[in-house]
Ligand binder design. Sequence first.
Ligand code: HEC
Ligand code: HEC
Length: 400
Amino acid sequence: MRRTLPLLTLITVAAAACDSLFTSAPEDADVFDAPIPGLTDAEMEVFLAGDAAFEEPFSATTGLGPIFNDVACAACHSGDGRGRTSNALTRFSRGTDPARDIGGPQLQDRAINGAVPEQLPPGVDVSVRLPPPVFGVGLIEAIPVASILANVDSLDADADGISGRPSWVSAAEFVPADEVGGGAGPQLGRFSRKAQVSSVLQQTVEAYQQDMGITTDFLPVENINPQSGAATLARDRAPDPEVTASTVRAVVDYVRMLAPPAPGEATPVRTRGSDLFDQVGCDRCHVRQFRTGPSRIAALADQDVVLYSDLLLHDMGDALADNRPDGDANGREWRTTPLWGLRLAREFLNGDLFLLHDGRATTIAEAIAFHGGEAAQVRAAFDALSADDRAALIDFVASR
Ligand code: HEC
Ligand code: HEC
């Protein structure tokens, strides 16, 4: 953690939170959890409080479960970056059969003592979801809707085989209208693998409730296992809501204020790879850059976001289809994954790299090879490059 906060403020925060925030020195390699530059001292205090809550492991005494997937936000979002396949979520892919509509949006395969974990009903396909990095979500949120819609080509009017569709979703009722993506009426989905979530607040509250079984002021009701009847009533010992709105807000602001790591140095090979990236058409979905509009957090306003994503939905073909509609996305569509933090990803996963929605690819070349559907022509153009050019393009992507 490369914190720049004056020591005095650190001590104040630690004391105020009644918590040993920094018992050991922050580690140098903690680069996915650096704050964006230019935060005020007050914002930095929230950042630190949110950081502690993001890392806090829950137990049955503090409210974990009854059913859950993992015990802390940080358990899945390793070092605030991407997860590994072993902490991926399993969502049910039930196609259109309502009889299979049991168990909520995901399989909670762990439970506290006395409760029964969910089991996958026979015949139900799964959609495995690798945890994406959480840095940069504040920048993504601050991109004006109109800038994202400018890349929409739902009917493929320019006949390049790439359509790009916005994900229109309804916000959960607990998200107030003054939040980006909150309020009545269709909201632009930006978050999660299918852009099925329109606000960082909703993403966070549902992660507490669904992923960890933690109730909050926003969603005070426990998530129970519908398959096991009365046994699901075995409760954790903590009174609901288990986490206050102010802690949730701190975590939301914490992930908002996490800076995307800077890309690696430009080299002649990478510069060539960068040109080839545009030449074969990767940039038609992995749109290089956006600019943020206004934001309540001044440091997020009017910033360039070097995202390499259009934040739109694309049909990626049979190989990547999971047959699970999510929000507005159908069973073949995925949100273009931002290409950032790749340079450092292996450092956080003991040298491993997991790419694509379910982590099935372990190299960038493999990830490209799975691109089908709307990306088929671009993949063919990539395949037609010389081995040298392919290596340069991959080196460029790997340096993001
Ligand atoms: C069990 C593992 C797990 C836990 C615990 C977890 N997450 Fe996640 N998170 C995921 C997965 C998987 C996704 C993608 C879900 C999808 O695409 O359907 C995700 C998505 C996200 C995103 C969206 C990122 C993006 O680029 O769209 C944010 C933000 C996020 N989580 C924050 C949190 C916070 C905050 C917590 C703690 C309150 C948390 N997560 C707890 C697994 C987890
Ligand atoms: C039609 C739009 C489209 C085009 C064109 C496209 N991509 Fe993608 N890309 C996506 C989508 C959507 C995903 C997410 C797919 C998934 O997770 O199943 C993705 C995922 C990736 C990933 C995995 C990232 C991660 O963190 O998991 C890499 C790497 C990647 N693309 C590189 C490229 C390169 C290089 C090119 C050009 C040769 C390219 N893409 C062309 C839409 C596109």
